[in-house]
Design a protein around this ligand. Structure first.
Ligand code: MLT
Ligand code: MN
Ligand code: ZN
Length: 294
Protein backbone atom coordinates (compact mmCIF):
# COMPACT_ATOMS: atom_id res chain seq x y z
CA UNK A 1 0.00 0.00 0.00
CA UNK A 2 1.21 3.49 -0.85
CA UNK A 3 0.06 6.38 1.32
CA UNK A 4 0.87 9.92 0.35
CA UNK A 5 0.15 12.91 2.55
CA UNK A 6 -1.54 15.50 0.35
CA UNK A 7 -2.09 17.92 3.21
CA UNK A 8 -0.74 17.62 6.76
CA UNK A 9 -2.34 20.70 8.32
CA UNK A 10 -5.67 21.22 10.05
CA UNK A 11 -8.20 23.75 8.77
CA UNK A 12 -6.49 27.01 7.82
CA UNK A 13 -3.21 25.41 6.74
CA UNK A 14 0.23 26.86 7.47
CA UNK A 15 0.44 29.79 7.07
CA UNK A 16 -3.23 30.56 7.58
CA UNK A 17 -4.24 33.60 5.52
CA UNK A 18 -5.17 35.79 8.48
CA UNK A 19 -2.71 34.54 11.09
CA UNK A 20 0.65 35.86 12.22
CA UNK A 21 1.18 33.42 15.10
CA UNK A 22 4.71 32.09 15.56
CA UNK A 23 4.36 29.19 13.14
CA UNK A 24 2.44 31.09 10.48
CA UNK A 25 5.05 33.87 10.57
CA UNK A 26 7.91 31.37 10.33
CA UNK A 27 6.24 29.62 7.39
CA UNK A 28 5.62 32.93 5.63
CA UNK A 29 9.31 33.75 6.05
CA UNK A 30 10.31 30.37 4.61
CA UNK A 31 11.61 29.11 7.95
CA UNK A 32 8.99 26.36 8.39
CA UNK A 33 7.53 24.15 5.67
CA UNK A 34 4.20 25.34 4.33
CA UNK A 35 1.40 22.84 4.80
CA UNK A 36 -1.91 22.48 3.01
CA UNK A 37 -5.08 21.14 4.55
CA UNK A 38 -5.94 17.66 5.70
CA UNK A 39 -5.87 14.87 3.12
CA UNK A 40 -4.16 11.55 2.34
CA UNK A 41 -4.19 9.59 -0.93
CA UNK A 42 -3.98 5.78 -0.92
CA UNK A 43 -3.14 3.33 -3.69
CA UNK A 44 -2.10 -0.26 -4.03
CA UNK A 45 -0.09 0.03 -7.24
CA UNK A 46 0.10 3.75 -8.01
CA UNK A 47 -2.42 3.54 -10.85
CA UNK A 48 -5.76 3.97 -9.05
CA UNK A 49 -6.04 6.25 -6.02
CA UNK A 50 -8.50 6.90 -3.22
CA UNK A 51 -8.40 10.32 -1.63
CA UNK A 52 -9.24 10.48 2.07
CA UNK A 53 -10.95 13.84 2.65
CA UNK A 54 -11.37 16.59 0.06
CA UNK A 55 -9.50 19.60 1.38
CA UNK A 56 -9.99 23.15 0.09
CA UNK A 57 -6.44 22.74 -1.30
CA UNK A 58 -7.27 19.68 -3.39
CA UNK A 59 -6.86 21.42 -6.75
CA UNK A 60 -3.19 22.11 -6.02
CA UNK A 61 -2.71 18.74 -4.29
CA UNK A 62 -3.98 16.83 -7.33
CA UNK A 63 -1.78 18.84 -9.70
CA UNK A 64 1.11 16.46 -8.83
CA UNK A 65 2.23 14.46 -11.92
CA UNK A 66 1.13 11.11 -10.44
CA UNK A 67 -2.50 12.27 -10.56
CA UNK A 68 -2.37 13.34 -14.20
CA UNK A 69 -5.14 12.05 -16.52
CA UNK A 70 -4.19 9.04 -18.64
CA UNK A 71 -6.17 10.33 -21.61
CA UNK A 72 -7.63 13.67 -22.66
CA UNK A 73 -10.02 13.69 -19.70
CA UNK A 74 -10.11 11.49 -16.61
CA UNK A 75 -8.30 10.91 -13.36
CA UNK A 76 -6.57 8.09 -11.52
CA UNK A 77 -8.60 9.23 -8.48
CA UNK A 78 -11.37 6.65 -8.40
CA UNK A 79 -12.88 7.46 -5.03
CA UNK A 80 -13.07 10.11 -2.32
CA UNK A 81 -13.83 9.06 1.27
CA UNK A 82 -14.93 11.74 3.71
CA UNK A 83 -14.51 11.30 7.48
CA UNK A 84 -16.69 14.20 8.63
CA UNK A 85 -18.46 17.26 7.26
CA UNK A 86 -15.87 19.81 8.40
CA UNK A 87 -15.14 22.48 5.82
CA UNK A 88 -11.52 21.32 5.56
CA UNK A 89 -12.76 17.85 4.55
CA UNK A 90 -15.63 18.62 2.15
CA UNK A 91 -14.94 21.99 0.50
CA UNK A 92 -12.54 20.39 -1.98
CA UNK A 93 -15.45 18.47 -3.51
CA UNK A 94 -16.40 21.74 -5.18
CA UNK A 95 -13.12 21.58 -7.10
CA UNK A 96 -13.93 18.11 -8.48
CA UNK A 97 -16.98 19.20 -10.44
CA UNK A 98 -15.68 19.02 -14.00
CA UNK A 99 -17.54 15.95 -15.17
CA UNK A 100 -15.22 13.07 -14.35
CA UNK A 101 -16.88 10.36 -12.31
CA UNK A 102 -15.69 8.97 -8.99
CA UNK A 103 -17.31 7.33 -6.00
CA UNK A 104 -17.97 9.70 -3.11
CA UNK A 105 -18.08 7.66 0.08
CA UNK A 106 -19.52 9.21 3.22
CA UNK A 107 -21.70 8.36 6.20
CA UNK A 108 -25.43 9.08 6.08
CA UNK A 109 -24.78 12.07 8.38
CA UNK A 110 -22.20 13.59 6.04
CA UNK A 111 -24.22 12.87 2.91
CA UNK A 112 -27.14 14.67 4.61
CA UNK A 113 -24.96 17.77 5.09
CA UNK A 114 -23.93 17.69 1.41
CA UNK A 115 -27.51 17.14 0.28
CA UNK A 116 -28.77 20.04 2.41
CA UNK A 117 -26.40 22.49 0.73
CA UNK A 118 -27.40 23.34 -2.85
CA UNK A 119 -23.84 24.36 -3.74
CA UNK A 120 -22.78 20.69 -3.74
CA UNK A 121 -25.35 20.16 -6.49
CA UNK A 122 -22.58 21.38 -8.85
CA UNK A 123 -21.04 17.92 -8.54
CA UNK A 124 -21.79 16.13 -11.74
CA UNK A 125 -24.26 13.25 -11.71
CA UNK A 126 -21.33 11.02 -12.68
CA UNK A 127 -20.09 11.47 -9.09
CA UNK A 128 -21.79 8.57 -7.33
CA UNK A 129 -22.79 9.34 -3.75
CA UNK A 130 -22.20 6.07 -1.98
CA UNK A 131 -23.24 5.35 1.58
CA UNK A 132 -20.67 3.98 3.93
CA UNK A 133 -22.10 2.08 6.85
CA UNK A 134 -20.28 2.04 10.17
CA UNK A 135 -18.28 -1.14 10.69
CA UNK A 136 -18.93 -2.43 7.17
CA UNK A 137 -16.02 -2.69 4.77
CA UNK A 138 -16.21 -1.44 1.18
CA UNK A 139 -13.79 -1.51 -1.76
CA UNK A 140 -13.15 1.95 -3.21
CA UNK A 141 -10.56 0.38 -5.54
CA UNK A 142 -10.01 -3.33 -6.16
CA UNK A 143 -7.96 -4.98 -3.42
CA UNK A 144 -8.35 -2.17 -0.90
CA UNK A 145 -10.93 -2.45 1.87
CA UNK A 146 -12.01 0.57 3.90
CA UNK A 147 -14.01 0.11 7.09
CA UNK A 148 -15.39 3.25 8.75
CA UNK A 149 -15.95 3.25 12.50
CA UNK A 150 -17.31 5.91 14.83
CA UNK A 151 -14.82 7.76 17.01
CA UNK A 152 -15.58 10.38 19.67
CA UNK A 153 -16.20 13.70 17.93
CA UNK A 154 -18.68 16.47 17.39
CA UNK A 155 -20.72 17.84 14.51
CA UNK A 156 -19.13 20.30 12.08
CA UNK A 157 -18.63 23.86 13.30
CA UNK A 158 -21.44 25.21 11.11
CA UNK A 159 -23.93 22.74 12.65
CA UNK A 160 -23.11 23.52 16.29
CA UNK A 161 -25.82 26.20 16.68
CA UNK A 162 -28.44 23.72 15.54
CA UNK A 163 -27.11 20.47 17.01
CA UNK A 164 -24.79 21.39 19.89
CA UNK A 165 -21.04 20.97 20.31
CA UNK A 166 -21.03 18.02 22.70
CA UNK A 167 -18.81 15.02 22.06
CA UNK A 168 -20.78 12.15 20.63
CA UNK A 169 -20.33 8.86 18.80
CA UNK A 170 -21.86 8.21 15.41
CA UNK A 171 -21.46 8.77 11.72
CA UNK A 172 -20.61 12.46 12.14
CA UNK A 173 -16.95 11.64 12.91
CA UNK A 174 -15.39 8.43 11.69
CA UNK A 175 -12.00 6.81 11.60
CA UNK A 176 -11.04 4.63 8.65
CA UNK A 177 -9.44 1.21 8.79
CA UNK A 178 -7.75 0.52 5.47
CA UNK A 179 -6.54 -2.95 4.59
CA UNK A 180 -4.81 -4.20 1.47
CA UNK A 181 -1.62 -5.91 0.42
CA UNK A 182 -1.54 -7.64 3.82
CA UNK A 183 -1.33 -4.35 5.74
CA UNK A 184 -3.65 -2.54 8.13
CA UNK A 185 -3.61 1.25 8.25
CA UNK A 186 -5.74 3.55 10.40
CA UNK A 187 -6.60 7.11 9.43
CA UNK A 188 -8.17 9.13 12.26
CA UNK A 189 -7.69 12.85 11.55
CA UNK A 190 -10.26 14.03 14.09
CA UNK A 191 -10.86 12.40 17.47
CA UNK A 192 -12.03 13.93 20.76
CA UNK A 193 -10.73 11.28 23.18
CA UNK A 194 -8.98 7.90 23.35
CA UNK A 195 -11.11 5.37 25.22
CA UNK A 196 -9.69 1.89 25.85
CA UNK A 197 -11.71 0.29 23.03
CA UNK A 198 -10.13 2.66 20.54
CA UNK A 199 -6.63 1.87 21.81
CA UNK A 200 -7.45 -1.81 21.37
CA UNK A 201 -8.61 -1.15 17.81
CA UNK A 202 -5.41 0.75 17.04
CA UNK A 203 -3.12 -1.87 18.55
CA UNK A 204 -1.15 -3.84 15.98
CA UNK A 205 -1.78 -1.46 13.06
CA UNK A 206 1.06 -1.19 10.55
CA UNK A 207 0.51 2.56 10.19
CA UNK A 208 -1.56 4.98 12.26
CA UNK A 209 -2.37 8.52 11.11
CA UNK A 210 -3.83 10.30 14.12
CA UNK A 211 -5.31 13.68 15.04
CA UNK A 212 -2.37 16.01 15.75
CA UNK A 213 -4.39 19.23 15.90
CA UNK A 214 -3.06 20.63 19.19
CA UNK A 215 -0.29 19.64 21.57
CA UNK A 216 -1.71 21.60 24.51
CA UNK A 217 -5.47 21.59 25.04
CA UNK A 218 -5.31 25.37 25.71
CA UNK A 219 -2.81 26.09 22.95
CA UNK A 220 -4.95 28.54 20.94
CA UNK A 221 -5.52 30.53 24.13
CA UNK A 222 -1.78 30.43 25.00
CA UNK A 223 -0.90 31.69 21.52
CA UNK A 224 -3.46 34.47 21.86
CA UNK A 225 -5.33 33.51 18.69
CA UNK A 226 -8.59 32.15 20.06
CA UNK A 227 -10.65 31.11 23.04
CA UNK A 228 -11.36 27.48 22.17
CA UNK A 229 -9.66 24.46 23.67
CA UNK A 230 -8.84 21.36 21.68
CA UNK A 231 -11.59 19.53 23.57
CA UNK A 232 -14.12 22.18 22.58
CA UNK A 233 -13.13 21.66 18.93
CA UNK A 234 -13.42 17.88 19.22
CA UNK A 235 -9.68 17.21 19.18
CA UNK A 236 -7.83 15.34 21.93
CA UNK A 237 -4.54 17.06 22.84
CA UNK A 238 -1.27 15.30 22.08
CA UNK A 239 0.27 16.14 25.46
CA UNK A 240 -1.01 16.20 29.03
CA UNK A 241 -3.07 13.78 31.10
CA UNK A 242 -5.29 11.63 28.88
CA UNK A 243 -3.47 12.98 25.84
CA UNK A 244 -2.41 10.97 22.82
CA UNK A 245 1.20 10.38 23.90
CA UNK A 246 0.13 9.09 27.28
CA UNK A 247 -2.78 7.00 26.04
CA UNK A 248 -0.83 5.30 23.26
CA UNK A 249 2.33 4.66 25.21
CA UNK A 250 3.09 0.97 25.40
CA UNK A 251 0.72 0.18 22.53
CA UNK A 252 2.24 -1.71 19.63
CA UNK A 253 1.91 0.23 16.36
CA UNK A 254 4.25 -0.04 13.36
CA UNK A 255 4.40 3.63 12.49
CA UNK A 256 2.61 6.47 14.30
CA UNK A 257 2.12 9.73 12.43
CA UNK A 258 0.47 12.92 13.65
CA UNK A 259 -1.63 14.63 10.97
CA UNK A 260 -4.28 17.41 10.81
CA UNK A 261 -1.83 19.67 12.65
CA UNK A 262 -3.05 23.12 13.59
CA UNK A 263 -0.87 26.10 12.78
CA UNK A 264 -0.56 26.92 16.49
CA UNK A 265 1.00 23.55 17.29
CA UNK A 266 4.52 23.85 18.77
CA UNK A 267 5.51 20.41 17.40
CA UNK A 268 6.00 22.18 14.06
CA UNK A 269 8.96 24.15 15.46
CA UNK A 270 12.37 22.46 15.40
CA UNK A 271 13.87 22.57 18.87
CA UNK A 272 10.58 22.89 20.76
CA UNK A 273 10.22 20.66 23.84
CA UNK A 274 6.86 19.50 22.48
CA UNK A 275 8.48 18.30 19.26
CA UNK A 276 11.15 16.53 21.29
CA UNK A 277 8.43 14.85 23.38
CA UNK A 278 6.54 13.46 20.38
CA UNK A 279 9.75 12.29 18.74
CA UNK A 280 10.92 10.60 21.94
CA UNK A 281 7.58 8.79 22.12
CA UNK A 282 8.16 7.36 18.64
CA UNK A 283 5.78 9.59 16.68
CA UNK A 284 6.43 11.08 13.26
CA UNK A 285 4.99 14.43 12.24
CA UNK A 286 3.30 14.49 8.84
CA UNK A 287 4.45 16.86 6.13
CA UNK A 288 2.94 17.58 2.75
CA UNK A 289 4.41 15.12 0.25
CA UNK A 290 5.37 12.55 2.89
CA UNK A 291 5.08 9.08 1.42
CA UNK A 292 4.69 5.83 3.32
CA UNK A 293 5.02 2.42 1.75
CA UNK A 294 3.09 0.09 4.06
C1 MLT B 1 -11.81 21.10 12.97
O1 MLT B 1 -11.07 20.20 12.58
O2 MLT B 1 -11.98 21.31 14.19
C2 MLT B 1 -12.54 21.90 11.97
O3 MLT B 1 -11.97 21.76 10.72
C3 MLT B 1 -12.66 23.31 12.38
C4 MLT B 1 -13.30 24.16 11.32
O4 MLT B 1 -14.22 23.72 10.65
O5 MLT B 1 -12.85 25.31 11.15
MN1 MN C 1 -10.35 20.08 10.63
ZN1 ZN D 1 -1.15 30.78 12.81
Amino acid sequence: MILTVLGAAAGGGVPQWNCACRNCSLARAGDLPRMTQSSVAVSLDGTGWVVLNASPDIRAQLAAPRFAPQGLRGSPVKGVVVTNADVDHIAGLLSLREGTGFDLWASAETHAVLAASPVFGVLSEVVLRRDMTLDEGFNPIPGLTVTPFAVPGKVALFLEAEQGADHRMGGQTVGLEITGGGKRVLYIPGCASLPDWLLDRIEGADVLFFDGTVFHDDEMIREGVGAKTGARMGHVAIGGAGGTLERLSGRRVGRKILIHINNTNPILRPGSPERAAVTAAGWDIALDGMEIAA
